[in-house]
Structures are given as structure tokens and as C-alpha cells.
Design a protein around this ligand. Structure first.
Ligand SMILES: *Cc1c(COP(=O)(O)O)cnc(C)c1O
Length: 717
């Protein structure tokens, strides 16, 4: 099997025809010089296409490409990018990080299964932090030379786009994904025909056919399964269409496509993983399929399961019960009744694999994953403790502290999440190879000696970028018609670049308590409207389409944007995605998080902010318990209030926020003779120096490689 690498219907002059290859590999998205090439071709189209080079090449008039091909400056920049692309693609494994640090893994492929991948704003096959983490994992694997292949679904309707009605209710608008308009190419066999694999749902005699698309992320391929194939019954064609749309049965079918279909797709393409990684329980059925394969060679269930366990890593991402799939036995009977005998199991034995005391007689995919994956982790130290506690029932007689689930704290892909402006600043002051040594604290030391004025100027430019972006989004919506003036007020026209700006943006899951700061409106109004030290807050985020509780929180904030007492100092940015996230994390002055502890397994947006020099002010939960310096030198932490009652806890923690904000605001406004907040800048630099190395995806991948991938790959066996 081969991957089709000749994307259709794009004509580019020979002198610059490497642009096609660049456009079809998301590598460009974390290489500022490569992104600049596409932007320069047509800045307006760059914005209008959501920064999508494939669409840009499709839409540009041939004359524009001809003129670029004969522009010496463009061609020079192009040649430099093509050279570094070639170096990335052709690097000898011994020349990569993995070749130097863990050579035994340099030729062993890990298959990484995830129901979503957050790779780029123009490819909405992610809903939030879990997907973005998977995307960052893939990008970092490419950077380190770790042989990884991703497996996921091609959601042709993507994750919803958010529109808010005049009274703040979230409307879920589908985002149609056209494979030809994305950097996806269909996988074909040696005969040139599209490659298909089959999976059975409830009727084994009428299997479903799945197409496979390949998405290239640097050196890493991600294979996306697609049920929208001619010849499939009409109802099955929409199975992979929507990320987290539909009911439980729809979800079960998607997870069969991902798990069972994913293993079959890798086999069909001749990919031979040496070990496997399931990102969250959604990928659990891949474990069953691998047991089935081994059973087909004659092994008994126990022996087959033991082999699967030895070669599998499983990461659990949330203590929130709704984050764990549980299916009723009748659905399991319907979809797996023809399957379990192929594993050497009967109904009882099969159902027992997904049993968990908290789930009644339901089939719990996290329990299944815990049972069939031998290397397990949570995503922060605290989440590790909570996860051991939560699943200790699976290891009867073992103390929770001894339950075999470890933790690896999440990290973020710095070249994706540090803004081009700040990367430029770092390029001027750090060693030229800082990106390769980003997990070493020493790499970041020179940040401390950047002149405060230069540092502050870069931050202010990022802040103006955010305000400009907010204004331009609003202008676009206004000129499309249908926006009423009050909605324009909600979008933040009264925000000012010289006012201390707090940012809060993430999924509107209720445990994240987005509205906590509105607990006592009088106190909040006093802080926002302080005569000397005013404060403004920018919010963004989507609620899950089925989560009316989350939608009500959005509505509450939306209402507050227009509350005259708050003077237009609250804004809500519509349609949170990786694009909005990228502008917000570097463009505000302080990043907020107020989860109900210990529900925030890790959180990653605060890491992105800190790496841009934006200090966090957050509840000490998830990653921030590890990232915060107790002398407040890199941000501010609030201990969760030790009360059991939710309302009392909200009140205590809201007032702790107000108290702290009253201290933080004057610090921001303390300036030297040149108007530079020198002490503030010191704290912002400290945020970079402490958070960037420890919470980089490079540190995270190194932890996975040394602690879980090595044993799963059998290096020590
Ligand atoms: C980083 C990111 C998240 C994760 O944010 P948390 O802090 O973990 O809640 C969610 N959505 C998008 C678009 C992101 O970029």
C-alpha cells in the first residue's frame, strides 16, 4: 500500500512547486517562515481561508503564483523553507533526538489512537484540550524523530462552530470539511485504487467499508477513517461525520470504527506497530481487535490479553464521570454478540472486561482499557492520585497508593503555542538551537536578561493583536448583518490596550466554573472600575452541544457583558478554537482558571499562556499545583477551600480571587520613568523560565519515552 502523494488539481509554477508538498504537510504550521510564505501569497485569502494553504493554492489566480515565482525575495525565502523541510524529512534517525536519547526506539513504531486531533484551526477534528494534546503529542513526536503513526476519524462535519444569539444562547453550527480542501490525501493500494477496510456493526454479514485518509504532520502520518463511502447503506455513511454528535449508539459505532477499523487500516497498509498508545477510553476497542487477532492465531484469551497488555500504554484524561464512556449491555450484545467468541470469550467473560462498580452493569471503556493496557497513566501528579483512587476497585486488596497507574504531566508544543512575536524575541536572545533543548531550564536562562523595555514592547504588540483580532471578527459579523448593537458591545469594543486584562478561555464544562467571578457583583464591579487600577476580562469557550448547563454559563457571562455596572469591561469572543486560543494566550496580561478541585486533570491553556510570558492566577489544581512557585514569583495560586459544600466552596474561592486581584492590579500599574512595569516583567519572564521547560511537550514526550514507551516496546524484555 502507498499513500497518494499527488494532490489533485493544484497547478503551481515549477520554480516554486515545492509549495504543494509544503501545503500538504502541517509541518508548515509550526514553522513561522513557512507560514509567512503562504500568508505573503495573499494576506486577505490567508485570513479568509482560516490560514489554509491548500485552499489558498486552489484559489489563487495563476498570475499571482507566476509573479511569486519571479519575485527574488519570495524565491529566496521559499528556498530556505524547502531546504529545512528536506532536512526534516530526510534526517537520519541517528541525527534525531530519539536516535541520541533512546536509540532502541528509533526503529519501532508506536500507533497512537485518539478520537480527536487538534492540529490546526482550519481542521476542526477536535473539541478541546484532549484533542489539542493529541495534536501536540504528534507534532512533538515528529520533532523528536519518534516513529509514531496516529489513528483517528475524518469527521466530515467537524466540531461545531459557535454562534451566539442576541440573548447569549449557543447555536451549534456544523463546519463542513471537504477532504479536497484539507491537507488530506486518500490512501491507495499499489494498484492505484483507494484502499478500504471493513468493520461489522450489528450485522456481521453486511460489513461497513471505510476509506482511509492520510494527514501528514511533519514526519508523522495520521490516518483518518471515513465511513462516507459509496456502497455503504445511507445511515452508516454519517457514522464518522460528526465529532461527539448523536446518541450513545452513534458514539459506540464511531468507537468501533476508530478501534477495530483503525487496527485493520494499519494492517492493510502494512504498518507494523511495535507498541500502542490509547489516548483516553474512546480508543478502547482497538485492544479487543488486537486480542482477536492473536486469538485467531490460536492463542487462548488470557495469553492473548497478556501480550496486548505488555505492549500497550493507556492514558486517562479526566476524573469527570461524563468523560468516561459507559454502554448498556443491550448495545454490547447487539454490536459484539458476534465478536466475543472470536476472542475466546463468552458473554459473561466479555461483559466482565468493562465492569466497574460505579457503572452498574454498564460496559465501561476506561475499565476495559485499564484491564487490557499494562502501562497506565493520569496527566498530572494530582490526577494520578485521583485516578488510582477512582479505579482502585479493579485491583481488589491493593492500597490505592499502590494501584499500578502512574502519572505523566501534560505539556504543550511550544513552537505551536508561543506566538511568532515572542518566538522572534527568543530567537534574538536564546541560543540558536533553543527549540531542540526546550526541556532544559538552562536554555531559558537568557530570558532573564532581556531588557524589560524590549520584552514589554513585544507583549504590548501581542495584546494589540488580540484587540485588533477581536475588533475585526466583530466587524466581519456586523457586516454580514444579523448582529444587533448589544452583541457588538458583548464583543468588547470598550476594551483598552492599557488596562490590565484577564483571560479565561476553555470548554464550558460546568466544573470549570467560568462564572465564579460573578459571585459577588459589587465586589467585581469595584475591581473592574477601580479609578487607578481598572481591570477588564476577556472570555471565550464553547459548551458541548448536549450540555445545557454549560450553555447557561455562557449565557450568564454574555448577559454580564452588557451589565452597565460592569462598564463594558467584560467581553466574550465567539467561536473559541485553536486560532482564538493562540491569540488570547499571548495577548492578555493574566490567565485565569477556577476549576472545582480536583476535577481539572491537568489543563494546558495556562501552560501556553505562561510560555508567552503571561502569568497564571488560578486554583491550585491539575498542572498548576506543580507549576506554581509558592512565593508567587511566576503567578498566583489559590488553595482550594477545605469545605465540602459546593456553594460554600464557590463563595470562599470567589472571595479569594477578589482578594488576590486587589493585590495584583496595583502591581501591574507600577511603572518606572519610561512607563515600563519592571517588576511585572520580571514575573512574566519567570513564568517563561519556569513553565516553558517543565511543561513543554518535549519534556512530556521524553517522560512517555523513558517511562512508558520503553517498557511497552519491550526494550528491556
Ligand atoms: C489548549 C486548548 C484547550 C485546553 O484548555 P484547558 O486549559 O485544558 O481547559 C482547549 N481548547 C483549545 C482550542 C485549546 O487550544
Amino acid at each position: 500500500m502507498v499513500t497518494s502523494s499527488s494532490p489533485s488539481a493544484v497547478e503551481v509554477p515549477a520554480r516554486i512547486d515545492g509549495l504543494v508538498n509544503l501545503a500538504y504537510n502541517l509541518w508548515w504550521s509550526w514553522q513561522p517562515p513557512a507560514a509567512a510564505l503562504f500568508r505573503e501569497l495573499d494576506p486577505a485569502l490567508w485570513d479568509a481561508t482560516d490560514q489554509n494553504p491548500v485552499l489558498i493554492l486552489h484559489r489563487l489566480p495563476p498570475e499571482r503564483l507566476e509573479s511569486a515565482a519571479s519575485d527574488p525575495a519570495f524565491v529566496r525565502a521559499y528556498d530556505a523553507v524547502v531546504t529545512s523541510y528536506g532536512e526534516m524529512e530526510r534526517a537520519d534517525p541517528s541525527d534525531t533526538w530519539i536516535g541520541r536519547h533512546e536509540p532502541a526506539l528509533a526503529n519501532k513504531t508506536v500507533a497512537y489512537f485518539s478520537a480527536e486531533f487538534g492540529l490546526h484551526r482550519a481542521l476542526p477534528i477536535y473539541s478541546g484540550g484532549l484533542g489539542v494534546l493529541a495534536g501536540d503529542h504528534a507534532k512533538q513526536a515528529s520533532d523528536l524523530g519518534l516513529p509514531l503513526v496516529g489513528v483517528s476519524l475524518l469527521y466530515r462535519q467537524g466540531y461545531l462552530r459557535q454562534r451566539l444569539t442576541h440573548d447569549g444562547w449557543q447555536h451549534d453550527v456544523t463546519a463542513d470539511i471537504e477532504p479536497w480542501a484539507e491537507p488530506t490525501t486518500q490512501v491507495r493500494g499499489a494498484d492505484g485504487n483507494p484502499c478500504f477496510v471493513e468493520v461489522a456493526f450489528d450485522q456481521p454479514e453486511a460489513p461497513l467499508r471505510l476509506a482511509i485518509w492520510c494527514l501528514r504532520v511533519g514526519r508523522v502520518p495520521i490516518y483518518l477513517l471515513d465511513a462516507d463511502v459509496d456502497g455503504n447503506p445511507e445511515w452508516t455513511r454519517t457514522v464518522s461525520s460528526r465529532l461527539y454528535g448523536g446518541d450513545q449508539e452513534h458514539r459506540l459505532r464511531q468507537e468501533i470504527v476508530l478501534g477495530v477499523g483503525g487496527v485493520r487500516a494499519l494492517r492493510a497498509m502494512g504498518v507494523e506497530p511495535a507498541y500502542w498508545h490509547a489516548n483516553e477510553g474512546h480508543a478502547a476497542f482497538h485492544l479487543l481487535e488486537r486480542v482477536r487477532e492473536l486469538a485467531a492465531t490460536g492463542l487462548g484469551f488470557e495469553e492473548a490479553a497478556e501480550r496486548v497488555r505488555a505492549t500497550t500504554v493507556f492514558t486517562s484524561h479526566t476524573p469527570v464521570p461524563a468523560g468516561h464512556d459507559v454502554f448498556p449491555p443491550y448495545l454490547i450484545d447487539r454490536y459484539f454478540g458476534h465478536y466475543w467468541s472470536q476472542l475466546g470469550l463468552g458473554r459473561e467473560g466479555f461483559l466482565a472486561l468493562g465492569r466497574h462498580t460505579e457503572s452498574g452493569d454498564g460496559f465501561n471503556l476506561t475499565a476495559l482499557s485499564m484491564r487490557l493496557a499494562g502501562h497506565r497513566n493520569g496527566v498530572s501528579e494530582r490526577h494520578g492520585e485521583v485516578t488510582r483512587e477512582m479505579w482502585s476497585g479493579l485491583w481488589p486488596g491493593i492500597e490505592p497508593a499502590m494501584v499500578p497507574i502512574t502519572s505523566i504531566t501534560n505539556g504543550v508544543h511550544l513552537p505551536t503555542w508561543i506566538s511568532p512575536r515572542v518566538q522572534n524575541l527568543l530567537d534574538r536572545h536564546l541560543a540558536p538551537d533553543w527549540r531542540e533543548r526546550q526541556d532544559d531550564p538552562a536554555t531559558w536562562e537568557p530570558v532573564r536578561t532581556i531588557p524589560a523595555g524590549e520584552f514589554w514592547e513585544v507583549h504590548l504588540a501581542a495584546k494589540r493583536d488580540l484587540l485588533t483580532d477581536m475588533r475585526e471578527r466583530t466587524r466581519r459579523r456586523w457586516s454580514e448583518g444579523g448582529l444587533d448593537p448589544a452583541q457588538v458591545v458583548a464583543a468588547g469594543p470598550f476594551l483598552e490596550a492599557n488596562v490590565l486584562t484577564l483571560g479565561f478561555a476553555r470548554r464550558f464544562a460546568t466544573y470549570k466554573r467560568a462564572t465564579l467571578l460573578f459571585h459577588d457583583l459589587d465586589r467585581l464591579a469595584g475591581i473592574l472600575n477601580h479609578p487607578e487600577w481598572p481591570v477588564q476580562i476577556v472570555f471565550a469557550g464553547k459548551a458541548h452541544p448536549a450540555d445545557d448547563g454549560g450553555k447557561r454559563l455562557i449565557q450568564e457571562i454574555y448577559g454580564r457583558t452588557r451589565d452597565p455596572r460592569l462598564s463594558g469591561r467584560i467581553a466574550f469572543v465567539e467561536d473559541y478554537d485553536m486560532g482564538v486560543a493562540g491569540t488570547m494566550v499571548g495577548g492578555v496580561d493574566v490567565w485565569l482558571n477556577m476549576p472545582r478541585a480536583p476535577m481539572e486533570a491537568s489543563g494546558t491553556s495556562g501552560m501556553k499562556a505562561a510560555a508567552n510570558g503571561v502569568p497564571n492566577l488560578s486554583i491550585l489544581d491539575g498542572w498548576w499545583r506543580e507549576g506554581w512557585s509558592p512565593d508567587n514569583s511566576n503567578g498566583w495560586g489559590i488553595e482550594p477551600a477545605p469545605v465540602a459544600d459546593d456553594h460554600a466552596q464557590d463563595a470562599a474561592e470567589a472571595h479569594a480571587f477578589y482578594d488576590l486581584l486587589a493585590e495584583v492590579a496595583p502591581l501591574y500599574y507600577r511603572r518606572d520613568a519610561d512607563g515600563i512595569p519592571v517588576a511585572w516583567v520580571t514575573r512574566a519572564k519567570e513564568a517563561i523560565c519556569t513553565v516553558a521547560p517543565a511543561f513543554s511537550a518535549q519534556r512530556m514526550l521524553a517522560d512517555y519515552v523513558h517511562r512508558l514507551y520503553r517498557p511497552a516496546a519491550g526494550v528491556d524484555r
